[in-house]
Design a protein around this ligand. Structure first.
Ligand SMILES: Cc1ncc(COP(=O)(O)O)c(C=O)c1O
Length: 273
């Protein structure tokens, strides 16, 4: 040690305000005071008594897990299992167009890297999943919001989407159903977004982590999933954290669909990562 000690500056993109907001502070205060709470902000399903998962966790002791067999797109058996998950829901997804990730956060990061350059923009719904801001910031991607119209059951303002598109926009994020509104995209909205994406050369990134959680049967006007999209390059995200109520297991996936040559190019680039 030669005397002077300089502090490391850290990147501007990670200079986040991590202070608890008013609600979080109030909850902490009430807990500390021993108050019994029904905490509707609890986001950890393993603390919500949503059903036993011991059985699934016990199965993780699989001896095959001791072998290291890396594949950039994920283990073939696991990708086939994802394809079966969709088949059970009447949806056609070939295992070849599934890529596994540790979490949807990681998948978002990969997709932003795949599609956007520094300073590129991505359209996202408002209101929506707050983590999108941080995920985009980490990849130097700018978010541009398009509104969901509350008075019309969170209809997507398709006109606003079209108006927001400029040269910098590379992708359009849809959260389906959306967090926190719970709204599923209508078939006519989905078609309009696919048409816009196809015409303007944009990719669709569709976060379907809550796709299994419709309140009762899904209305016929609502689209169950974007995994069968043909006309625009589409990446559907989901994962075990919500599907199996196992956030501690960390396995998510991207199911790519759309024009075959674009899907093939996306998968090829992922293989090189
Ligand atoms: C809309 C949405 N997408 C993704 C996630 C996170 O999923 P993962 O645990 O796979 O990163 C959440 C978590 O709450 C979410 O609300």
């Amino acid at each position: 040690m030669r005397g002077r000690r300089a502090s490391v500056p850290f990147s501007l993109r990670t200079r986040w305000d991590a202070r608890p907001n008013e609600l979080a502070a109030l909850i902490a205060e009430m807990r500390a005071a021993g108050r019994t709470l029904v905490d509707l902000t609890e986001a950890n399903p393993t603390r919500c008594g949503l059903g036993p998962t011991e059985d699934l966790v016990a199965r993780l002791g699989e001896p095959r897990g001791t072998t290291y067999a890396p594949d950039p797109l994920g283990h073939a058996e696991a990708r086939a299992a994802v394809a079966r998950y969709y088949a059970e829901r009447g949806l056609g997804v070939e295992a070849e167009r599934v890529a596994l990730a540790a979490s949807t956060s990681e998948a978002y990061g990969w997709l932003f890297k795949l599609l956007a350059d520094r300073g590129s923009s991505v359209l996202v719904p408002a209101p929506s999943y707050p983590l999108l801001d941080l995920l985009a910031e980490l990849e130097d991607v700018r978010l541009v919001r398009y509104p969901l119209v509350r008075q019309e059951r969170w209809r997507i303002d398709v006109g606003a989407v079209e108006r927001a598109i400029d040269e910098s926009v590379r992708a359009l994020v849809v959260v389906h159903p959306n967090n926190p509104t719970g709204s599923f995209v209508r078939r006519d909205e989905a078609q309009a977004l696919v048409d816009i994406a196809a015409e303007r050369g944009l990719a669709l990134i569709v976060d379907e982590v809550f796709g299994d959680y419709a309140h009762g049967a899904l209305g016929p006007d609502r689209l169950p999933s974007f995994v069968e999209t043909r006309d625009a390059l589409t990446f559907v995200l989901s994962g075990l954290s919500k599907v199996a109520l196992l956030p501690q297991l960390k396995l998510a996936w991207i199911a790519a669909s759309g024009p075959p040559e674009s899907v093939a190019e996306a998968m090829r680039r992922k293989l090189l990562e």
